[in-house]
Design a protein around this ligand. Structure first.
Ligand code: PGA
Length: 254
């Protein structure tokens, strides 16, 4: 059984006070269940958010990192430091990183390897643009992004990773994919991993959907066979909405 995983991608939002308030409020709103919850704040908030989250069994993730452990890389953050701050997860290759900061599939692959080398679990983001969807290139684009991201990994690493299918056109647009469409791509990702590694590995990888997820639509995704959770942006900035999503997972699974 794959444990559901819901992650909050705060992007470039929240101050120290707002972040700590959010964690306290969220902890008070969550029903008990086996869903894993991950909060991904901006870098400077990782230390204090990790301390607050760990009291409540919530996990913490970074939104990016560099692949080197130390060195003259001004402005970058290393996996070694993330580990030192008790961070568990790291989002890699979010479409905003790819589009606004010129990250390529090769950068993503290096970061994924570095994450595993430092015992961090990568949440690798993949997904097609609207233009690619209209040109019916979704599976090709996603297949290539997944294939490059897992190249050179051990099966034991691939089994532990999380892949977030985030169609670029659904991010922040209010236009979520349907559960059925998300599941179709999730199935394709699982099939790709199965062909590159084994069915056993493919069965263990956790796949999230991301793009305009909210309390009202989380069940549409969680009821699908191959979607194991969600990566949430806008609706994860509000503790009540984010709690609604997590509690909705528990509802969908029970
Ligand atoms: P959204 O963002 O939930 O605001 O669409 C998702 C993401 O960017 O991960």
């Amino acid at each position: 059984m794959r444990t559901p995983i819901i992650a909050a991608n705060w992007k470039m939002h929240k101050t120290v006070t707002e972040a700590l308030e959010f964690v306290e409020q969220l902890a008070g709103l969550l029903d008990t269940g086996n869903t894993e919850t991950v909060i991904c704040p901006p870098f400077p908030l990782l230390g204090c958010v990790a301390e607050a989250c760990h009291k409540y069994g919530l996990r913490v993730g970074a939104q990016n990192m560099y692949w080197e452990a130390t060195g003259a890389f001004t402005g970058e953050v290393s996996p070694l430091l993330l580990k030192d701050l008790a961070v568990d997860y790291v989002i890699i290759g979010h479409s905003e990183r790819r589009q606004l900061f010129a990250e390529t599939d090769q950068h993503v692959a290096r970061k994924v390897k570095a994450a595993f080398a430092h015992d961090l679990t990568p949440i690798v983001c993949v997904g097609e643009t609207l233009q690619q969807r209209q040109a019916e290139q979704t599976m090709d684009v996603v297949g290539e992004q997944v294939t490059v991201a897992v190249t050179g990994l051990d099966p034991s690493q691939v089994r532990r990773m999380v892949i977030a299918y985030e169609p670029v056109w659904a991010i922040g647009s209010g236009l979520a994919a349907t559960g059925k469409d998300a599941n179709e791509v999730a199935c394709y990702i699982r099939k790709t991993i199965g062909e590159l590694f084994s069915l056993k590995v493919a069965r263990d990888v956790r796949l999230q959907y991301g793009g305009s997820v909210k309390p009202e639509n989380i069940a549409d995704f969680m009821q699908e066979t191959d979607v194991d959770g969600a990566l949430v942006g806008g609706a994860a900035l509000d503790s009540a909405k984010f709690a609604g999503i997590i509690n909705g997972v528990i509802g969908a699974n029970s």
